[in-house]
Design a protein around this ligand. Structure first.
Ligand SMILES: [Zn+2]
Length: 171
């Protein structure tokens, strides 16, 4: 996990947003056949709305890494790992026309770790690029459809003209 995403690194307190099935699945240590207890949390690293928790097994004392949300997608160009939940909040900020201040007010009222504007911008930039790509694709589709319809219309016109010529010859 690259340090570039890391915002907070401390022993957890407050609330978090997590995907329960993903989270719950990791809270069992099959080697010791016992649950990994949250009370043995050693450290938390926060990446936007996702936390990476280091928890010690109470039986064998091995440190386990538990992630509160689904496995991140690694960006091909930068190698940076990004979580879907953070994309979702960045998309909501863009769609809702709000900003870092508004979202952080909500997060701090809920006692959820805030996100820096730099962190949010990084996700927004990726979304912008994706939206631009979709818009270009849509434009290309429209141009291709327009071309196809124009060709069909010309062919139909030519066919009507040809019929008309043939009919005229018969007179
Ligand atoms: Zn153990």
């Amino acid at each position: 996990m690259g340090q570039h995403n890391l915002l907070i690194d401390y022993v957890a307190s407050g609330r978090r947003i997590s995907e329960l099935d993903t989270f719950a699945e990791q809270l069992w240590y099959s080697d010791c056949d016992i649950p990994i207890p949250l009370r043995s949390l050693e450290r938390e690293s926060v990446y936007g709305l996702t936390s990476v928790l280091l928890i010690i097994c109470e039986q064998c004392h091995i440190v386990h890494k538990v992630v509160t949300n689904k496995t991140p997608v690694r960006e091909e160009d930068t190698g940076i790992q990004k979580y879907a939940v953070n994309y979702k909040v960045a998309t909501a900020i863009l769609d809702g026309g709000s900003g870092e201040v508004q979202i952080n007010i909500i997060l701090s009222v809920l006692n959820i770790p805030a996100m820096t504007s730099h962190f949010i911008k990084r996700y927004e930039r990726t979304i912008d690029v994706a939206m631009e790509h979709v818009a270009k694709e849509s434009c290309r589709d429209i141009i291709a459809l327009n071309k196809k319809l124009t060709i069909e219309a010309r062919e139909q016109e030519a066919s009507v003209n040809s019929l008309s010529t043939n009919y005229n010859c018969m007179l």
